[in-house]
Design a protein around this ligand. Structure first.
Ligand code: FES
Length: 105
């Protein structure tokens, strides 16, 4: 899938995401250092927080588990579209996504 990413400086870039990595790993691999991913992807730091802004796409993504939900709950900038990007695996057939990197905590 193609992922259009808006970074903290409001710049936007579209990247090709390969299956097999998480969205967090994909973003970091493409140089988006706004995604700090301090915990390395185990849903315990929330520094990989993104907003998935593609309308109607939530059902096509892996469901949020309790741990992700709890981590997002401690964020002051949680929105309806919030996800931890480390909890979304990029897969074949995934729809294209508009992703905005959430402001730092
Ligand atoms: Fe830490 Fe996603 S990388 S919660």
């Amino acid at each position: 899938p193609q992922i259009t990413v808006t970074a903290h400086d409001n710049s936007t870039r579209t990247i090709d995401a390969a299956p097999g990595l998480s969205l967090m790993e994909t973003l970091r691999q493409h140089g988006f250092d706004d995604i700090q991913a301090i915990c390395g992807g185990c849903a315990s730091c929330a520094t990989c927080h993104v907003y998935i802004e593609t309308p109607g796409v939530a059902d096509a993504l892996p469901e949020m588990d309790d741990m992700e939900d709890a981590m997002l709950d401690i964020s002051f900038v949680r929105k309806d579209t919030s996800r931890l990007s480390c909890q979304i695996m990029v897969e074949d057939g995934m729809p294209d996504l508009d992703v905005v990197i959430a402001p730092p905590l």
